[in-house]
Ligand binder design. Structure first.
Ligand code: KG4
Ligand code: ZN
Length: 360
């Protein structure tokens, strides 16, 4: 087996078909992502079978492009093939797993299973070609993972070691962005669309509720959709109980103001709890990962709050916050070196957890 540190990774857990090659868990050699946003925007959300078929369509072209960009002719230079085993959509995961298994079998390479959520955290270790000297995250650290399907805070005392501090009790933060985006008639996915609309808000006085859930590190975002519905009904002068759920005909300034108020509520709770967790754990680093970490207001709010306490904040560039295979290669490198191996019986684990709640 090669000990080159070069990992080829495959990611297909949701709606991005992705293959990447990364050296030593850090240096990106090639990173190819085929997004299905255009496919799913017609339905305003992901239809699992449609996503699985799109992965099937794009997996080989994406692999071929990543292989070519990395200049891989001789597969013996690859140390291992890493693949997302879960969590995610079963049909989507199976396409990537079949691809990775086939490559590992064909080229006699070890197969390393990776948890997608661990990938979002390890995106913070990645280096683009123009930043070879960026230092690695230092432990102990706090990681906030905020994606379309997950929202949680973990403490890491070392590599691959997670203590769950809190998680959402209902919707994920990204899910809230997507639902409220839909309600406001914004394009799918809601997150980037709300961020853009909010930036144009002239009035910034609409206050949405914050679910603090006491002193816990848990989150709740499902109430925000109800709050947004109430605001929209008031704006339109209609009865909230008879109003439709999507694409309400609001004037643009109102959309911007509501987007602003909603985003402030989500960002305030996420940033406040993350900063408190970091202080209480005496963390040296804060990592933010997952699609919602692409939100510039969230990034700035956490960076501003951490500056005074000298805690380093690492948030990958937006393209590495949303789903990609480089993050799976980064986590896969550390998993591989820790001896993780999958056999040819590897299957999809749609409900895989990263860490279980512990009593504090
Ligand atoms: O991590 P990700 O690409 O896929 C999952 O694993 O879920 O996250 C997708 C989520 C979507 O809900 C999307 O609306 C949200 O991330 N998102 C954002 C932004 N960019 C993507 N949310 C807020 N602001 C953004 N700029
Ligand atoms: Zn994700």
């Amino acid at each position: 087996m090669s000990a080159s540190g070069r990992i080829l990774a495959v990611e297909s857990s949701c709606d991005e078909t992705a293959v990447a090659v990364v050296d030593n868990g850090r240096r990106i050699v090639s990173n190819v992502v085929a997004s299905q946003v255009a496919v799913h925007s017609a339905t305003g959300g992901i239809v699992p079978e449609v996503a699985a078929r799109a992965h099937l369509r794009w997996m080989i072209p994406v692999l071929e492009q990543a292989r070519r960009q990395a200049g891989i002719e001789d597969w013996s230079a690859i140390e291992a093939v890493a693949v997302t085993e879960g969590p995610g959509l079963a049909g989507s995961l199976l396409v990537g797993i079949t691809m990775a298994k086939t490559l590992a079998w064909l080229h006699h390479l070890p197969l390393v299973p990776v948890n997608h959520l661990e990938g979002h955290i390890y995106a913070a270790w990645l280096l683009d070609p123009d930043e070879p000297d960026k230092p690695a995250p230092e432990f102990p650290l706090i990681a906030l993972v905020v994606s379309g399907g997950h929202t949680f805070l973990v403490e890491m005392s070392g590599h691959l070691t997670y203590r769950l501090l809190g998680q959402t009790v209902d919707d994920a933060a990204g899910e809230a962005f997507d639902k409220v985006g839909r309600l406001l008639g914004l394009p799918y996915p809601g997150g980037p669309a709300i961020m853009k609309a909010a930036a144009g808000a002239a009035q910034r006085d609409r206050v949405f509720p914050r679910a603090w859930l006491g002193e816990t590190f848990d989150f709740s975002f499902s109430g925000l959709k109800t709050a947004a519905r109430r605001e929209v009904a008031r704006e339109l002068g209609t009865d909230v109980n008879t109003m439709g759920s999507d694409g309400q005909p609001l004037p643009e300034p109102a959309v911007a103001e509501l987007a602003y108020g909603f985003q402030e509520s989500v960002v305030d709770v996420l940033a406040t709890k993350t900063l408190r967790a970091a202080r209480e754990s005496a963390a040296r680093t804060i990592i933010v990962g997952g699609g919602v970490a692409a939100n510039s207001v969230l990034r700035e709010r956490i960076a501003d709050g951490a500056r005074a306490s000298g805690i380093r904040v690492l948030v990958p560039r937006p393209g590495l916050c949303t789903d990609n295979a480089s993050m799976i290669a980064a986590a896969g490198f550390f998993r591989s070196r820790a001896g993780a191996r999958a056999g040819t019986d590897l299957s999809a684990r749609p409900s895989l957890k990263l860490a279980l709640p512990t009593t504090r």
